[in-house]
Design a protein around this ligand. Structure first.
Ligand code: 2AM
Length: 171
């Protein structure tokens, strides 16, 4: 199964992110990420056998993460495949350290594929028609977090769906 590690936004923040997605969609077109799918990916694990997924779920359930708060203050985009996101203007140190620590553990679990860079972002639009976010007023959101999720991604009737398989203990 296709897996990733993510932070899931608390309900109030999810609503704010959904409003931003709506605003971005009105201006830039494309496909809006459904509200219940909004997340921050910390590590993309790719396709994993069931036995390994179960081992990873047990690991996540025993691995608290440091509590933190991520400040979202910038729009951004990836040209391919037309992704429009919100994230931060400058790299967030706590998230960068968390991502590195998670990959160290993942490599111990035999998961390869650590990326050379990490740009924390919340994808709001896919296949946007335009990527010019420069004139949109910048977001100003705080994301308090203290729990990691192991999430399975699958396709259902042409739509990407996510299922949380495990959560870390609350820090
Ligand atoms: P995206 O939002 O920027 O597309 C589930 O697919 C999550 O894993 C998404 O957040 C997605 O990032 C990310 N993801 C999907 N494929 C990936 C890949 N090949 N490398 C890194 N991240 C990926």
């Amino acid at each position: 199964m296709r897996l990733f590690l993510a932070l899931i936004p608390p309900p109030a923040l999810r609503r704010r992110l959904a409003e931003l997605a709506e605003r971005a969609h009105a201006r830039l077109g494309g496909r809006r990420v459904p509200d219940d799918s909004l997340h921050l990916t910390l590590a993309f694990l790719g396709e994993r056998p069931t036995a390994q997924a179960e081992a990873l779920a047990r690991w996540v359930e025993e691995r608290p993460i440091p509590e933190g708060e991520w400040r979202l203050d910038a729009w951004g985009s990836f040209r391919r495949p037309g992704i429009v996101w919100v994230g931060s203007r400058t790299p967030d140190r706590a998230l960068t350290e968390l991502q590195a620590a998670l990959w160290q553990d993942l490599e111990r679990h035999g998961v390869a594929g650590r990326p050379s860079g990490f740009i924390p972002h919340v994808t709001l639009l896919r296949r946007a028609h335009r990527l010019d976010t420069a004139e949109m007023s910048p977001p100003d959101l705080a994301w308090p977090y203290r729990q990691l999720a192991l999430v399975r991604s699958f396709t259902d009737q042409d739509r990407a769906r996510y299922q949380t398989l495990a959560r870390s203990p609350l820090s």
